[in-house]
Design a protein around this ligand. Structure first.
Ligand code: ATP
Length: 309
């Protein structure tokens, strides 16, 4: 295994289906051992990119390298290194957890004894040993997702792709799942994760934001916040019940984007000078204070900045 800090290198990747570019000339790297967040709305091109990195789909143009090796010519070498929990990852409902894991292990050519030992170790790691002999159809959605994670990790991959692993699960399950993801990274695995939940993106070391096949922003959560919000968003506290009027005025004049928040407004300011002038003019109606930007703010601003691009 190479000791270079980048485990994945994507250069000018384009994937076209007919005349439609699902991925349009993107370049990025993933560092060894990091939790890398690949974010974007439905149809942004995330799954298509993952499929190229895993060697399941050939790019129309551009290159994808894992450990410095071109994926399209090294699939057999790379396959044992990669674990991919796809959105469509399915477990067999009538089989028990143990039987499902045995099946997943056999696909990677693991021996029975190895599978048994690994399955028990993994179920201990994820804290679900009590479910080993239960049929999967009796498990809750969240537990099924965690079992799918165990099946993905069975052959000890060091590069793990998780495509929307927490979609549709409860907040408690999401929190548990992220604890596992952090432990995986602490144990030296590289985790490449997609999610729609911007609060989850806060757990990632670095993030790429995708929209319609293109990268619209890259950085650590902190870097993205600083890049998109040299001036932080503000919270408006009202002394008079004029929230709707102020909200409409801020948006009509494009001074900022507002949302209702905690009995007042939270505003992503587009034009700071005009906002300050407006706040002065409205003295007695509201006061304002700076708020911490969230990754949701970053995403919305990045997308709105590209409207019409
Ligand atoms: P989601 O979270 O909904 O899966 P995504 O960001 O993963 O979104 P992709 O699945 O990569 O998006 O899809 C990107 C675009 O490419 C979508 O418009 C999708 O319909 C299209 N697409 C994906 N696979 C194919 C295919 N095999 N043939 C034609 N179009 C495709």
């Amino acid at each position: 295994m190479s000791t270079e800090s980048n485990i994945i290198q994507v250069e000018n990747l384009t994937v076209a289906f007919g005349g439609f570019k699902a991925v349009d000339g993107i370049s990025f790297e993933v560092k060894r051992g990091e939790i890398f967040g690949f974010l974007g709305a439905n149809g942004a091109g995330k799954t298509t990119t993952i499929r190229c990195i895993c060697g399941l789909l050939n790019p129309t143009s551009g290159t994808v390298k894992v450990d410095g090796k071109d994926v399209s010519s090294s699939t057999s070498v790379l396959k044992p290194r990669i674990g991919y929990m796809s959105q469509k990852f399915t477990l067999y409902p009538d089989l028990t957890v143990k039987e499902n894991l045995a099946f997943a292990g056999s696909l990677y050519g693991l021996k029975r004894k190895q599978i048994k030992a690994r399955a028990e170790e993994l179920m201990r790691f994820i804290g679900l040993t009590q479910h080993l002999n239960e049929p999967v159809k009796l498990l809750s959605g969240g537990v099924k997702q965690v079992v799918a994670l165990a099946a993905t990790l069975l052959h000890e991959p060091d590069l793990v792709f998780l495509d929307e692993p927490t979609a549709g699960t409860s907040p408690a399950t999401r929190a548990d799942f992220w604890r596992l993801i952090r432990t995986l990274a602490q144990n030296g695995k590289t985790v490449f994760v997609t999610t729609h939940y911007m609060d989850e993106a806060e757990y990632c070391g670095r993030i790429v934001l995708m929209e319609r096949g293109k990268i619209i922003a890259t950085g650590t959560p902190q870097e993205l916040k600083e890049q998109f919000f040299p001036q932080p968003p503000v919270e408006l506290v009202f002394s008079r019940p004029e929230i709707s009027r102020v909200r409409a005025e801020l948006e009509r004049t494009n001074i900022g984007e507002a949302e209702n928040f905690s009995g007042g407004l939270r505003v992503r300011v587009n034009d700071w000078a005009r906002f300050e002038a407006y706040a002065k003019e409205q003295a007695g109606v509201f006061t304002f204070r700076p708020a911490q930007p969230t990754l949701e703010d970053v995403f919305l601003k990045a997308v709105s900045g590209r409207k019409g691009a």
